[in-house]
Design a protein around this ligand. Structure first.
Ligand code: DC
Length: 237
């Protein structure tokens, strides 16, 4: 039997990657790999050391985290017993379910900062590749099509207007009981996008050969349909 494909879905915060990736994975019976959740889990775990978390949160640029802090965070990333469950939608560190805790705006910013550190990225790479090694995976993130799975059979770059992304992300946070205003969320998203795209290590960028989809005016179902079409086309070729 032919190897099942790897599908990568990259793009900026709030473009709808999670909903689309989960739905596509479900429809295809593939594993869903939320790579951002891994960076978020490291950011959360760093909070167990209050002094360390404070240094990360207070750092105006990631350059100030290079060196000793980067080494500590990479060691932390390697040591965490991270485990996905529930079709990739829940994440635990050991027996602590962190699925909700990793979604706060504070952790979003910290995750964006620590994900700019090459040693942290390297520490999480093997784990991501292991999950996708046998194929049949839908991976979402910023570098899944460019760095993690450069040979992925189907690559998607999903984007949307920043105001639309902010509106969706704020609604998502409110639905989870976290207070959020569109304007504040837009500022938070803009600062994360700028950092994620400007960093030297695996910056957010459209991978070569990716199908670019703009979800600003497209409902989720339509985006899911386009991704499934791309998979079918690839499987026939
Ligand atoms: O997709 P997300 O919002 O959960 O990701 C959280 C942060 O992690 C994001 O600001 C950038 C970083 N990230 C990354 O650098 N590379 C990935 N493949 C996924 C996420």
């Amino acid at each position: 039997m032919a190897r099942r494909p790897v599908v990568t879905i990259d793009g900026p915060a709030g473009a709808g990657k999670s909903t689309v990736s989960r739905t596509v994975a479900e429809r295809l019976g593939f594993t869903y790999l939320d790579t951002g959740a891994l960076y978020r889990a490291v950011a959360l775990a760093a909070g167990d050391d209050a002094a360390l978390a404070e240094r990360i949160d207070a750092a105006p640029t990631t350059l100030e985290l290079a060196g000793e802090i980067e080494r500590r965070l990479a060691a932390l990333a390697l040591s965490l017993p991270l485990a996905f469950s529930d079709r990739g939608t829940r994440l635990a560190i050991g027996d602590r379910d962190v699925s909700a805790a990793i979604r706060s705006p504070e952790i979003s910013q910290r995750a964006s900062k620590i994900s700019a550190l090459p040693a942290v990225r390297a520490a999480l790479l093997d784990q991501q590749r292991r999950i996708g090694a046998a194929g049949g995976v839908v991976a979402e993130g910023r570098d899944t099509g460019s760095v993690v799975f450069p040979d992925a059979e189907v690559k998607i770059f999903l984007t949307a207007d920043v105001s639309e992304r902010a509106r969706r992300r704020a609604a998502e946070l409110r639905a989870r009981g976290i207070a959020a205003q569109d304007a504040a969320v837009q500022r938070e998203i803009e600062s994360r996008d700028a950092r994620d795209a400007a960093r030297e290590a695996a910056p957010l960028a459209c991978p070569e050969g990716a199908l670019v989809l703009d979800s600003s005016a497209l409902p989720v179902d339509a985006v899911v349909g386009l991704v499934l079409d791309a998979v079918t086309t690839r499987q026939r070729s």
